[in-house]
Design a protein around this ligand. Structure first.
Ligand code: URA
Length: 307
């Protein structure tokens, strides 16, 4: 997609979200303060049809303006108490635990994980990688985005989500969620690029994912956003499709987990942008509820395109 095309697409995305939020909330209370969305008790989101949220048919801005129905996927449900966050899964005993104790600051704990990874040769992905792509963002982040693994640009630069998909992710974070990229944290399930961007293999995930658990344990985020099928299935430990899993909040170690499409998929399938906007609304709601901080309105299409 050209620079201009991407820009227009992003402007359309944020314009859609803002319109949609305004339609649903009658422009009065921007953020629902009452009942929180129900956190379902089935973290695997397994095959039960009743759990499946039907896809929203229309993705056009026009129909969002004239059709005020609330998509079932994001309708606030009666409140269910959010369990207190707990520590993330214990690191398997086969690994040397990172040095920083749980009482250290998130920054120190992250540094210890980085140090622990070092110039990693634990799995075959190290053979063709240029850089270990650890993660980037704020150690104090309340929202963590988790992708699958570095691509070519990320491998070259040593930073996650810096290619075209990364530009789209950054625009969604800044224009829709309305945080800066440096205020959230972004990382991947595996830290080294799988050759030819293939899916990481089970042994690679088994070797590398403990570092992700350690990162999440250090960060203790309020919301985790799974980007794409691979990351979502890995984190939720399910084979269910992303289409079945997205559109709702999943409990994940006492923390809200929001699955959504990968930005690279969205670039190829812009007609699914509306579904990502629904998911980002869930992210905003969970963030605001958990932190008590109100986010600014998503940018309008015009505002986004003039940036
Ligand atoms: N895709 C991912 O899943 N992660 C990245 O860092 C870049 C592209």
């Amino acid at each position: 997609m050209s620079e201009l095309g991407l820009h227009d697409e992003l402007a359309a995305i944020v314009g859609d979200l803002r319109t949609w939020i305004a339609v649903q909330q009658g422009d009065c209370a921007r953020v629902p303060r009452g009942p929180a969305p129900e956190l379902r008790s089935d973290p695997a989101g397994t095959e039960g049809g009743a759990e499946h949220t039907p896809p929203v048919e229309s993705s056009s801005l026009v129909s969002a303006e004239v059709r005020p129905e609330v998509p079932e996927a994001v309708e606030a449900k009666p409140a269910a108490p959010t369990p207190e966050p707990e520590e993330f899964p214990p690191v398997p005993e086969t690994r040397t635990p990172s040095a920083a104790p749980a009482s250290s600051s998130p920054a120190d704990r992250l540094l210890a994980v980085l140090d622990d990874i070092g110039d990693c040769t634990r799995c075959k992905l190290h053979e063709q990688r240029t850089h270990v792509v650890f993660g980037s963002g704020s150690p104090e982040a309340d929202i963590v985005f988790v992708g699958e693994g570095p691509g070519y640009n990320e491998d070259q630069q040593g930073e996650p989500f810096v290619g075209k998909a990364g530009e789209l992710l950054t625009a969604i974070i800044e224009n829709v969620i309305r945080l800066s990229r440096s205020e959230v944290y972004i990382c991947n399930v595996v830290k080294c690029r799988p050759p030819n961007n293939r899916d990481p293999e089970p042994d690679e995930v088994a070797t590398c994912s403990p570092f992700l658990w350690e990162q999440l344990g250090a960060l203790q985020p309020k919301v985790v956003v799974g980007l794409g099928r691979f990351a979502v299935q890995t984190l939720l430990e399910t084979d269910s499709s992303i289409g079945r899993l997205r559109g709702r909040v999943h409990p994940f170690r006492g923390i809200a987990f929001v699955p959504t499409y990968h930005p690279a998929y969205l670039l190829r399938n812009p007609s699914d942008k509306r579904k990502v906007l629904e998911d980002m609304k869930l992210v905003r709601m969970e963030y605001e509820r958990a932190t008590g901080r109100a986010l600014p309105e998503p940018l309008t299409r015009k505002e986004a395109s003039s940036r």
